[in-house]
Ligand binder design. Sequence first.
Ligand code: 9D3
Length: 259
Amino acid sequence: MTFDIVTIFPAMIEHPLAAGILGRAIDRGTLDMKVRDLRDFTTDRHRVVDDVPYGGGPGMVLKADPIFRALDAIEAERGAPLRVVMTSPQGRRLTQDVARDLSGAAHLVLLCGRYEGFDDRVRERVTDELSIGDYVLSGGELPALVILDAVARFVPGVVGDEQSVAEDSFSRGLLDFPHFTRPAAIDAGARSASLSGERILRVPDVLLSGNHAEIRRWRKREALSRTLALRPELLDGASLDEEEQELLRELKGARHGRD
Ligand code: 9D3
């Protein structure tokens, strides 16, 4: 899959991309990423990318013409992009479903917003407008990285284990079960949160039992009970197998018992 990212801060994108799963996918050529400096598509001596808003008011606006020239250059080099995503606080919220949908495109362009946003005429060349959530950030670079990471994980070969992508908790609509690693018992220290004074923390016995059917069932129950407690709205969209539906009925019954 091919990504082009247009930004006035290329370093904000390049350095995080070099690390981890995405870095490896880029090295191997599974992902073709190019970060483009918007200033390279200006035509004036001072490489100006922003200007004051028509109608007055505070802040600056990203000029449309450097964006159009950047898109023309990308198209000349690679052919027409299938999707052009603009990051903006007004955009549709990024979800796992949106990321999966975008991963179906062979070529994605991400436009990183800055200042008060883009000259609205940029929309003429945009297919998708995305926000990553309802909080104020300083620009679209971090959102572009978040979108990129979520989308790239769906590209075959990026995540080593295809099954882990399919089973990923948000893809399944449930929160993850708890994880433990060695040692089987540890001292939480004098500042332990436990009021009972028990400082020795043990891994649940079932995980040490070697009984894989029991372990699977325990993990299902834990994932369901966490989801029920912390994000009950996720259960409406979750696809549960027979065993999970039965466990959920049990858990809901247990909650009623306490009410
Ligand atoms: C403080 C300026 N605000 C005036 C009402 C509007 C505003 C403009 C530009 C707020 C934030 C930004 C910069 N943010 C983004 O470009 C952005 C963003 C975000 O802030 N939160 C979540 N997702 C995104 S995607 C792009």
